[in-house]
Design a binder for this molecule. Sequence first.
Ligand code: ZN
Ligand code: ZN
Length: 349
Amino acid sequence: MQVHAYGAHAADKPLEHLNITRRATGPHDIQIDIAYCGICHSDLHQVRSEWAGTQYPCVPGHEIVGRVAAVGAHVKNYQVGDLVGVGCIVDSCQHCEDCDAGLENYCDNMVGTYNGPTPDAPGWTLGGYSQQIVVHERYVLRIRHPEADLAAVAPLLCAGITTYSPLRHWGAGPGKKVGVVGIGGLGHMGIKIAHAMGAHVVAFTTSESKRADAKALGADEVVVSCNAEEMAAHAKSFDFILNTVAAPHDLDAFLGLLKREGTMTLVGAPATPHPSPNVFNLIMKRRSLAGSLIGGIPETQEMLDFCAEHGIVADIELIAADGINAAYERMLKGDIKYRFVIDNATMGA
Ligand SMILES: [Zn+2]
Ligand SMILES: [Zn+2]
């Protein structure tokens, strides 16, 4: 099946219209008409080969929402017309310790939604900047939000689960003081989700101008992190800090804000390493510095259901496919509140 898509032929080329081939729908496959796809910073890294090993043509996109167009003979849980999503994972080994635990995100053979190994043409996976995708039922999520919210649901499939998973794992909830560092695509979801979980949420930003925005997103307090006095007022007080900032920065400034046995978890992927933290900042209060990668499929469903129940969606700007290159440039400048989403119906032009 030939479908319209947007992708790049080389790291230094802009994205453009492409025709790509999707596999025939197998017995356990679901064919999805993609309505919208969010633009994640990873898309830009991949398409410009800022991480090693991008294969071209590269079609990014792993914040996919749409409607079931066809189901394979053995698919029981989905029907034509259902609202569904696909996130960062389209396959895994399905039998290792991680897959058995529903943590396919940590499977050594996890296949990403784009640039992952596949027997399908052209030999690597092609993502959600396209009009249709065919995915094994195990990796398809049900969407229970109202259909009117569909475009704003798309970013939950990566930004939502990337923040939900660590917040849940490290116990964000009532009585817990939770920090969210960075108010961008990831951070704005982290604030909304931590707030809905019942935590006392403190947002950290480097820009004074984001103070009101963070409050509007659900932060109880906002700290401008370059203000030493404001930072000192929160010393040794946090149970958990979710750090969404990808740019290398001083981790010690935040580790010192954790109370005894507190944890700071990093979810941003820096192109160059952070300066090493001072080990004494970990030893003295038995603190932990951790990392977390998206989330497993059952947890992604749990996150979608949690967000539907609490009325949580991303703050988005909807664009047409021919606006993707301009959106990338704005994203690099931080000029987006807080996620671009592509209207995939515009891809045929
Ligand atoms: Zn992503
Ligand atoms: Zn596995």
